[in-house]
Ligand binder design. Structure first.
Ligand code: DX5
Ligand code: ZN
Length: 220
């Protein structure tokens, strides 16, 4: 079984204190950072880009950075994100065509990053079935991308179960949106192992206990 990894999303943190907030959650035991990049086009919101991530990397060496690219032209930012110190480039199937998706995957690998491929709630998991052997992580969205603090869609667990059944030990399955100490049980039973949690961890007064508990639930 793949080890459970907890990756806080800093989207709903005080972004003027990005490095401090990130360090606080890492000191509380988080395994990696999930950085939400939005372009106001693929999703109706704007966040940060590679210049900010590069500054964050200077403050936080070594930690695994997962850039969740909620952008319309994911091919555009591959080299910039690699240069900013990103370890995993997670882009969306819905932002690609069947012609360019293989190219995007190849370019991410050439830039020495792990390949994450995300799907929105409305996209069936079978749409990415033939790509899974080429990628490192599948990201199953459990909210419509764009905003933190939304309600977890438990119906998405069918996708996770299907993936875990077909790729028992190989594939990292990341799950993102509305995950807290209540909803994480569904994710654990379905077979997810990379857990993104935003507002629940940001708002928590005892992030260290919560992260530890989340990891135990996933690893059980
Ligand atoms: C949604 C983002 C998520 C989300 C996580 O567009 O990709 O990373 O903000 O935050 P919570 O856990 O608050 O849903
Ligand atoms: Zn995200």
């Amino acid at each position: 079984q793949l080890k459970g990894l907890i990756g806080p999303s800093i989207l709903n943190a005080d972004l003027s204190m990005l490095a401090d907030e990130s360090r606080r959650l890492l000191d509380s035991g988080a395994d990696y950072l999930h950085l939400d990049v939005m372009d106001g086009h693929f999703v109706p919101n704007l966040t940060i880009g590679h210049p900010v991530i590069k500054c964050l990397r200077n403050n936080i060496p070594k930690v695994y950075f997962d850039a969740h690219m909620m952008v319309s032209e994911p091919e555009r930012w591959i080299n910039d994100m690699a240069g900013a110190g990103v370890n995993q480039y997670t882009f969306h199937k819905e932002a690609t065509t069947s012609e360019n998706i293989h190219d995007i995957i190849r370019k991410i690998k050439e830039a020495d990053m792990k390949v994450g491929l995300g799907i929105k709630p409305g996209t069936p998991v079978h749409d990415i079935g033939d790509l899974i052997n080429d990628i490192d992580v599948v990201l199953i969205m459990t909210v419509e991308p764009g905003f933190g603090g939304q309600k977890f869609m438990s119906g998405m667990m069918d996708k996770v179960r299907w993936l875990r059944k077909h790729y028992p030990q190989l594939l990292h399955i990341e799950i993102d949106g509305g995950i807290n100490l209540a909803t994480i049980y569904d994710c654990a039973h379905a077979g997810a192992n990379m857990i993104v949690s935003g507002s629940a961890l940001i708002q928590s007064k005892q992030a260290n206990k919560d992260i530890e508990q989340m990891r135990q639930i996933i690893d059980e």
